[in-house]
Design a protein around this ligand. Structure first.
Ligand code: ADP
Ligand code: MG
Length: 396
C-alpha cells in the first residue's frame, strides 16, 4: 500500500524527522488560507498523486509550456494561481504512464533554501536479509539516470537488526554524503529516526528524494515516498487509515476486498491459480511457450465458489486479457468449487476470450463434469505443459 507525500511526511514527523510545515487541500478555494498559515516568503505547491517524477511532469490539459507538478511561488497570490491551475488536471510523469493521474489534492508547503539535494532510501536488501540505507550525493529529480550511468555513486549501508543504526552506520552515511557542521549533527537523529519509522511501521520502501542540506546547514526531508508491506498492514490500523483508494487500481481494490492476491502484469494471458509456487510455475511456462501473463490471481486454499467467481471476474475485467488459463491443484481447495465458481462467473459476465482449464487433485472428476455439463466453450488440459501450449496457441 502506498500513501501520499504529505501523509508520509506526517508519519516521519511523528518519529522526529525534520519536515517543512505544509497544508493539504482538495479545492482551490482552500489555497489562500493554506498558504497564509505558512511562514513564506517562498511557497511550494505540490501535486499529491501516487507517482514520482512530479516536478518534471506535465499537465495534459495545459500544454508543454506550462509549469510541472511541483511549483515554486514567491507570494500567496502566486501559490493560489498555481493551485487553481493545477487542481483537477491530469499530470503525466515518467511513472504514471501516458494516461497520467488526475490531481485531486495539493500540498502547499513552506519553501526551503536548498544548498544540496541528496538521495536516501530504506528498503529490505534481500541479498543480505537486512534493512539497508541506499544513499547518493546525486539526489533530486534524476536518480534513475544516476543508477543507470554512474552506479558507483550509489552506496548501500545494511543495518544489523540486533544493533539498530549505530554511530558507525551514521558516520558511514554522513561520510558518503560529505556532511559536516549542523547537517552532521542532524544526521545523528535523522537516520535512526528513519530506520525506526521503517521497522516500526513495517514499510517496504521509504524514499527521501531529495533529502536536502539547507543554506542554514540543517537537513530536511523534502520529498517522501512510503510503501507498506501489505502482509503486515493488519497490525497498523493507523497506517491503513491513510489509504487513498482513488489512487489504486480498481481490480486490486476488489481483489483485496475478497482477500485475493492479484498482480497485474504486462502480457495478455490471464491466470487463475492457487498458491504462489503454482503461480510462478504457470507464468514461467507461459513465457516458455512464447507469451506473457497479463496478470495472476491466486485464490489460495479453501476459497468459496463466490470468491472463485470474484477472482475470475477480476481477471476478465482486464482489457489486455486475450485468453485465460485456470491452473488449479486441488489440495485443500476442491476442484468442484473451482469449477462452480468459474461457471457462475462466466454465466454472469460472459466469456469473450479462450479459456483453458487444467484441474488436478481433490474432486477433480466432479470438477471436470461440472465444466463439461455447463455447456461453456472451455478447453480442458491434461497437465501444465498441455495447458500452457493450448492457451498460447489459442491467443496466437
Ligand atoms: P518529485 O520527486 O515527484 O519530482 P519532489 O518533492 O522531489 O517531487 O520535488 C521536486 C523538486 O522540487 C525537488 O527536487 C526540489 O528541488 C523542489 N522542491 C520540492 N519541495 C520543495 C520545497 N518545500 N522547497 C523548495 N524546493 C522544493
Ligand atoms: Mg522527489
Amino acid at each position: 500500500m502506498n500513501i501520499h507525500e504529505y501523509q508520509a511526511k506526517q508519519v516521519l514527523k511523528g518519529f522526529g524527522a525534520p519536515v517543512a510545515s505544509g497544508v493539504a487541500i482538495t479545492s482551490a478555494s482552500e489555497a489562500e488560507a493554506a498558504a497564509r498559515q505558512l511562514p513564506g516568503p517562498l511557497y511550494v505547491v505540490k501535486s499529491q498523486i501516487h507517482a514520482g517524477g512530479r516536478g518534471k511532469g506535465k499537465f495534459k490539459e495545459l500544454g508543454t509550456d506550462a509549469k510541472g507538478g511541483v511549483r515554486l511561488a514567491k507570494s500567496v497570490e502566486e501559490a493560489v494561481a498555481h493551485a487553481t491551475e493545477m487542481l483537477g488536471n491530469t499530470l503525466v510523469t515518467a511513472q504514471t504512464g501516458d494516461a497520467g493521474k488526475q490531481v485531486n489534492r495539493l500540498y502547499i508547503e513552506d519553501g526551503a533554501d536548498i544548498a544540496r539535494e541528496l538521495y536516501c532510501s530504506l528498503l529490505v536488501d534481500r541479498s543480505v536479509g537486512r534493512v539497508a540505507f541506499v544513499v547518493s550525493t546525486e539526489g533530486g529529480m534524476d536518480i534513475e539516470a544516476v543508477a543507470h550511468d554512474t552506479p558507483e555513486k550509489i552506496i548501500t549501508v545494511a543495518i544489523d537488526p540486533a544493533a539498530g543504526v549505530t554511530d558507525a552506520d551514521v558516520a558511514k552515511i554522513s561520510d558518503a554524503y560529505g556532511l559536516d557542521g549542523a547537517a552532521r549533527e542532524d544526521a545523528k537523529s535523522l537516520f535512526p529516526a528513519l530506520y525506526k519509522a521503517f521497522t516500526d511501521k513495517d514499510m517496504a520502501l521509504l524514499e527521501v528524494n531529495p533529502l536536502i542540506v539547507m543554506t542554514d546547514g540543517h537537513l530536511r526531508v523534502l520529498d517522501a515516498k512510503v510503501s507498506f508491506d501489505g502482509n503486515a498492514l493488519f497490525r497498523h490500523d493507523d497506517m491503513k487509515a491513510l489509504r487513498d483508494e482513488t489512487e489504486e487500481d480498481a481490480k486490486e481494490i476488489e481483489a483485496s476486498a475478497w482477500d485475493l492476491a492479484y498482480v497485474a502484469l504486462d502480457g495478455n494471458i490471464g491466470c487463475m491459480v492457487n498458491g504462489a509456487g503454482l503461480a510462478m510455475a504457470t507464468m514461467d511456462i507461459i513465457k516458455l511457450y512464447g507469451k506473457e501473463p497479463a496478470n495472476f490471481c491466486d485464490v489460495g486454499g479453501g476459497a468459496s465458489k463466490e470468491k472463485v467467481a470474484a477472482a475470475f471476474k477480476i481477471i476478465t475485467a482486464d482489457p489486455a486479457v486475450q485468453g485465460i488459463l485456470v491452473n488449479i491443484f486441488g489440495g485443500i481447495m476442491r476442484c468442484d468449487v473451482i469449477a462452480e465458481g468459474v461457471v457462475a462467473a462466466v454465466k454472469e459476465v460472459g466469456l469473450k476470450v479462450p479459456l483453458v482449464v487444467r484441474l488436478e487433485g481433490t474432486n477433480v472428476d466432479l470438477g471436470k463434469r461440472i465444466l463439461n455439463e455447463s455447456g461453456l466453450a472451455i478447453t480442458a488440459a491434461d497437465d501444465l505443459d498441455d495447458a500452457a501450449q493450448k492457451i498460447v496457441a489459442a491467443v496466437k
